[in-house]
Ligand binder design. Structure first.
Ligand code: FAD
Ligand code: NAG
Length: 296
């Protein structure tokens, strides 16, 4: 389509006359450009559900898989921003909708596909359906829903506290910031799991840390260690954070994401998507305030 219009720009002026044709062509090109930039995003934030087929399923741990979906067009980007999530839906045999939010982990500039890391809950409505699907089956998506609009260098540093599949929005931030050469924000990620084999996206996180050692520092914590585990055993303690993480100032922002007991311990629960609730727990004890902490 673009090629055709470019060639019409070359030849039309000769046929119709330079002035009129170049104005007409400019209008067509401009309209075409705005249509293209809209259609280059698969998810447009327009409340429309789109069905995407699964193109790859990879096992990441005993209960978690990475699902890669194809976007409608190969040259499209997902339309995501950092940090955002999308809604996924399937319709049961009885005709009721099951809708859940998920946080993509693919880069926002990746074309043609979108990736998720999703944990299977036994008896979980959505995930039991999803984990029964195979390649080429589809899931409906809409969004994106912005959670935090990241602006490069808006803080000197950020502290990320996550557990289990709560890593997904934190991973979005880490890899988006690290791969932007213009963004100098320092990142401390503290990531807790039950055992080393439950750690999600470990090779991706290790790669970011070794590629950007001055910028990204990841510390893994597990309840129970196995042989040769290079990380900490036990919870992410207040004492550890106090000596290792940036202090509570307006130049350091904290992001927290994990299951309810994790949220309760570090930041206090989030009340609802629009109400962050009070800051309590370990972060409050370390002197952080509600303004320095975002609960995903
Ligand atoms: C903004 C946001 C982003 C998210 N991103 C991700 C992500 O990237 N990856 C990811 O894996 N998850 C993510 N989640 C979690 C996800 O949205 C779902 O909550 C999760 O997948 C479980 O959905 P489900 O339908 O399978 O389970 P549900 O049916 O909702 O059940 C969840 C759990 O509760 C139990 N349960 C259900 N009903 C009852 C009951 N009546 N009594 C007791 N227990 C019950 C189930 O057995 C299961 O263990 C995100 C959540 C939010 C809010
Ligand atoms: C999915 O579709 C592709 C293209 O139509 C096909 O080559 C492939 O075999 C299909 N995979 C499965 C598991 O059905």
């Amino acid at each position: 389509m673009f090629a055709r219009l470019t060639s019409s720009k070359k030849f039309l002026p000769i046929a119709i006359g330079i002035g009129a044709a170049s104005i007409a062509t400019a209008v067509i090109l401009q309209q075409n450009h705005s249509i293209m930039s809209e259609s280059s995003k698969a998810l447009k934030g327009d409340n429309q559900w789109i069905d995407l087929p699964i193109i790859k399923i990879e096992k990441l741990s005993h209960d978690t898989k990475r699902f890669t979906f194809a976007l409608p067009k190969k040259d499209q980007v997902s339309g995501l921003t950092v940090a955002s999530c999308v809604l996924a839906k399937f319709v049961t045999l009885k005709g009721s909708n099951v809708i859940r939010p998920y946080t993509p982990v693919s880069d926002i500039n990746t074309k043609g596909e979108i990736e998720f890391v999703i944990k299977h809950y036994e008896n979980g409505k959505f995930t039991s359906h999803l984990f029964g699907l195979k390649e080429n089956d589809t899931v409906s998506f809409k969004g994106p829903i912005s959670k935090w609009e990241w602006k490069p260098n808006s803080f000197d540093s950020i502290t990320l506290l996550g557990a289990g599949s709560g890593i997904t929005p934190l991973y979005q931030l880490v890899h988006h910031i690290a791969q932007n050469p213009q963004d100098n924000t320092k990142i401390h990620l503290y990531y807790g799991n039950k055992t080393p084999s439950d750690i999600l996206l470990k090779s991706e996180l290790d790669n970011l840390q070794s590629k950007y050692p001055e910028q990204v520092k990841v510390t893994y914590f597990v309840d129970k260690a196995e042989d040769k585990f290079e990380g900490k055993t036990g919870f992410i303690t207040k004492e550890f954070l106090s000596s290792d993480a940036p202090k509570a100032t307006e130049k350091n922002q904290v992001f927290v994401c994990g299951p309810p007991p994790f949220m309760k311990a570090y930041s206090g629960p989030k009340v609802s998507p629009s109400d962050q609730g009070e800051l309590t727990g370990i972060l409050a004890e370390l002197g952080f305030t509600k303004d320095n902490v975002f609960k995903f």
